[in-house]
Design a protein around this ligand. Structure first.
Ligand SMILES: *Cc1c(COP(=O)(O)O)cnc(C)c1O
Length: 397
């Protein structure tokens, strides 16, 4: 432990870190520098889609590193075209802009929405956002985020956002009534940081229709819930809808930093040369990581695995702890599961780590499970066998 406590004297104090340093991983398991092993229920926050040291991903990335890591967007990048073609095929949309993170993808979405408005003669475009939303920590994306803790100390916030509650079509209509400046509606299909809060299928369909009727962009942040995690490539596909703009990141590169904004016909031609860009975005290494992630997911049926193992995990959790007083709800889809307790339960992160399980607690009282999509039913059972006693013990205190 002494090593760990002295381990971060020179990095900024931006995270309340669990006093563990991970050294390597294999599949759904990771080891710390002291040799202790953990089952990975967090997947680097929904990032490590293929788990750790994947036998197909590692050689592919090594091959790419030996060829070219970075060129520049001054030139054509064939891997960008390949990954874009894949994302277009999977999403039913048309064009992609690549960047490096989730906030960057959302920043690009916000810029798309504003320029969509300006191109129509709207001088002060406004975007509808949601309570409890999380879109990132740049000044614009934290302004779109619905959590005052994220915003505290960083005002003045960016203007042009209208905030509404989840799953309430009448509230959305009321908040935008007669407002000619509205250009877009922007939300996560299943809120991640906000506590694993799903948008209802009927609501998704209602918002799609409203956006069509009013000529607004439907912008769906699939940074956390996308990339097969829920058992569809993108979580909104459960509602049979297609958005106009879709930011992606986290799981898209299985750990290599990557972000993307996928656009449909209404948003595909808004940006012209000079409007937007990023030095690292779309570099050949990150693109290769994205291509390989999708290819391996297809070859190994990982989206189906996420649906099956996720349902198994949720069922086991429901059986073991679902009926306990103090467990408010177990929700989510596929391998994106939230267990809401009636009291703040942040201490469980450390307690689970002590027992060899990595999880996170978000929105103070929601245990979040977003493991790699390669998890097996046996590993899901193992997860429950560690977590359930901890929850019981916590609630009995
Ligand atoms: C994590 C997250 C982001 C921000 O992504 P970064 O890569 O941390 O900038 C944005 N939106 C959602 C839904 C997220 O879960």
């Amino acid at each position: 432990m002494a090593f760990i406590e002295a381990a971060s004297p020179h990095t900024m104090n931006t995270y309340g870190r669990v006093p563990i340093a991970l050294s390597h991983g294999q599949g759904v398991r990771v080891w710390d520098v002291n040799g202790k092993s953990y089952l990975d229920g967090l997947g680097g926050i929904a990032v490590n889609t293929l788990g750790h040291n994947h036998p197909k991903l590692v050689p592919a990335l090594q091959d790419q590193i030996a060829k070219i890591i970075h060129s520049s967007n001054y030139y054509h990048v064939p891997n960008q075209e390949r990954l874009a073609a894949k994302l277009v095929e999977l999403s039913g949309m048309t064009n992609v802009f690549f960047c490096c993170t989730g906030l960057e993808a959302n920043e690009a979405a916000i810029k798309l929405a504003r320029k969509f408005g300006h191109d129509k003669g709207i001088e002060r475009p406004e975007i509808v956002v949601y309570e409890k939303a999380f879109h990132g920590r740049s000044i614009a994306t934290l302004s779109a985020t619905g959590n005052t803790k994220v915003q505290q100390g960083f005002g003045p916030l960016v203007e042009g956002f209208i905030r509404v509650p989840l799953n309430d079509i009448e509230a959305l209509k009321a908040a935008t009534e007669g407002n000619k400046n509205v250009v877009a509606v922007f939300f996560e299909t299943i809120q991640g940081e906000g506590g694993v809060n799903p948008m209802r299928i009927e609501y998704l369909q209602q918002v799609r229709k409203l956006c069509d009727d009013r000529d607004w962009l439907l912008m769906i942040d699939e940074v956390q819930c996308g990339m097969g995690r829920t058992g569809k490539w993108f979580a909104h596909q459960w509602a049979g809808i297609v958005p106009d703009v879709m930011p992606l990141a986290k799981g898209l590169g299985s750990g290599v930093p990557i972000g993307a904004v996928v656009a449909g016909p209404k948003a595909a031609n808004i940006f012209q040369p000079g409007n937007h860009g990023t030095t690292f975005g779309g570099n050949p290494l990150a693109m290769r990581a994205g291509i390989e992630t999708i290819t391996i997911m297809e070859e190994d049926g990982l989206m189906e695995n996420a649906a099956r193992v996720g349902a198994h995990l949720k069922g086991a959790l429901a059986r073991e702890i679902g009926g306990l007083k103090g467990v408010t709800e177990i929700r989510g889809q596929g391998l994106m599961i939230g267990i809401e307790l009636a009291t703040p339960c942040g201490v469980l992160t450390q307690r689970a780590a002590d027992k060899g399980l990595l999880i996170s607690v978000t929105a103070d009282s929601v245990i979040r499970l977003v493991p790699p999509l390669i998890m097996t039913e046996a590993e899901a059972d193992e997860l429950v066998s560690i977590l359930a006693p901890l929850v019981r013990e916590f609630l009995a205190q």
